[in-house]
Design a protein around this ligand. Structure first.
Ligand code: ADP
Length: 428
């Protein structure tokens, strides 16, 4: 019989979100492996937590469910004690899903009648108060997320947003209850359950709230959350927080940034990188139409090749909301997204073939596409650059990257303005 070492088994709906969660778990004292997709072999490493990174956030709900259940089955086979469904700290979803439908499917599969839902991540300014999600100082729907290319968030009330996506009744555990700690939270959960509530949004405005919440989640089969809730969990397994990020192999090779995120923070990061005089080249999505993608990718790589020896280069499709809307009305939302992701992924692979071994990728969907193009299947989590964004080390089966690549997957709205330069400084 398999010995149970796996304490926490996580399913993340995108790749940057997965590293964000893995980062919080590592910092809280857990040994963590992140897999890209569902592995086809049993877990080899002796770890406390595994994060299976899916790219299911914007798939049709049925496909997201199928992938999540496949991940669940593999994790259960590894002896998982508790399941953690991780989504974005800005609750990226649409009325069709996928947070609600995946949560329900996991609850059904686990025979679980109650779970929580909270994207709170105070270290990154994501707080939940009376069920309303704030990003920084403003409500979610005023944060720029209302213009997201794929999952525009136009309502900050998470009880309402979640209720639109699930047949189960959604309730709230508010900040007053959370502040009273484990017993009060457990009592509120029991009361909600008695009222027929299946999913409770939980307020949290500080790390202290998340640390109070943690013990109340000890026996819950399924948790659904952003990465913040993770900081309160390792204590349930007798593990202590550790600020010592895991050691990665020494960094080598050339440096590059690939950015497909159109979020506010990324727009500022691209502008900052250009303002420092570093080489940057934009991809115009319209130029990728009519089978021109390969030619455009070749053009980008030819531009980058002679510049790489002088320091990091940036290839980006990052654009302001008006420009994104114009492209989307020309190509369609999904088509524009897929076309750009495909091109940026080919650029990332081409850059690695040119000798890049330190790669920053900006954008959740974009990261998913790049990691897949680089045939990366497992990531070792290293030091944090900014909250939610660690450096990782990956071996890749592509010829050029055999020695391994250092890669960081930056979620759209994460990171300070100088992230693209700071990232490389952090590594050295
Ligand atoms: P974020 O983490 O900021 O949400 P993502 O990479 O997840 O970033 O999502 C951005 C989406 O927008 C991707 O599907 C990407 O291909 C698409 N995209 C990128 N640049 C443009 C553009 N200029 N016009 C239209 N869509 C774009």
């Amino acid at each position: 019989m398999k010995t149970k070492t796996l304490k926490l088994a996580c399913i993340a709906d995108d790749f940057t979100g997965a590293t964000d969660l893995a980062n919080n778990l590592v910092r809280s004292g857990m040994r963590v492996v992140q897999t890209i997709g569902v592995p086809d072999a049993p877990l080899a490493a002796e770890v406390d937590a595994v994060v299976v990174a899916l790219k299911s956030r914007t798939l049709p709900a049925a496909q997201a469910i199928a992938q999540s259940l496949e991940a669940l089955q593999w994790l259960q086979a590894q002896g998982a004690e508790q399941i953690y469904f991780k989504y974005c700290s800005t609750f990226d979803s649409t009325p069709e899903g996928n947070i609600g439908p995946v949560t329900e499917a996991l609850m059904d599969a686990l025979g679980c009648d109650f779970t929580i839902a909270t994207p709170a991540f105070p270290d990154n300014g994501r707080t939940v108060f009376k069920g309303y999600l704030f990003a920084g100082n403003v409500l979610l729907n005023e944060s720029g997320m209302q213009n997201h290319p794929l999952t525009p968030m136009r309502d900050a009330n998470l009880v309402r947003v979640m209720q639109a996506q699930t047949k189960r009744l959604v309730g709230l555990i508010d900040y007053k209850t959370v502040a009273q700690g484990e017993t009060a939270i457990r009592e509120r959960m029991a009361a909600l359950r008695a009222e027929g509530v299946g999913v409770a949004v939980v307020d949290a405005t500080s790390n202290a709230d998340l640390l109070l919440l943690g013990p109340a989640l000890k026996d819950m089969k399924l948790l659904t959350a952003g990465s913040g809730v993770a900081i309160g969990l390792p204590g349930n397994f007798g593990l202590k927080p550790s600020l010592q990020a895991s050691q990665l192999p020494a960094a080598r090779g050339l440096q590059a940034v690939v950015s497909g995120s159109c979020s506010l923070a990324t727009n500022a990061q691209v502008a900052h990188f250009k303002a420092t005089g570093r080489p940057a080249m934009a991809i115009d999505p319209a130029s990728l139409m009519n089978g021109q993608s390969d030619a455009v990718v070749a053009q980008m790589l030819a531009w980058a090749a002679p510049r790489l020896k002088d320091g990091p280069v940036l290839v980006y499709s990052t654009a302001e909301p008006d420009a994104v809307k114009a492209v989307q009305s020309q190509l369609g939302v999904a088509e524009a997204g897929a076309l750009v992701e495909h091109a940026l992924a080919a650029v990332a692979r081409g850059l690695v073939d040119l000798g890049v071994q330190q790669l920053v990728v900006a954008g959740g969907e974009t990261s998913g596409a790049c990691v897949q193009a680089l045939c990366i299947t497992q990531l070792q989590i290293g030091p944090q650059i900014d909250p939610g964004v660690p450096w990782c080390h990956a071996t890749s089966t592509t010829t050029a990257a055999k020695g391994g690549v250092h890669i960081t997957l930056k979620s759209g709205n994460f990171g300070t303005e100088d992230f693209f330069s700071k990232a490389f400084d952090t590594l050295h």
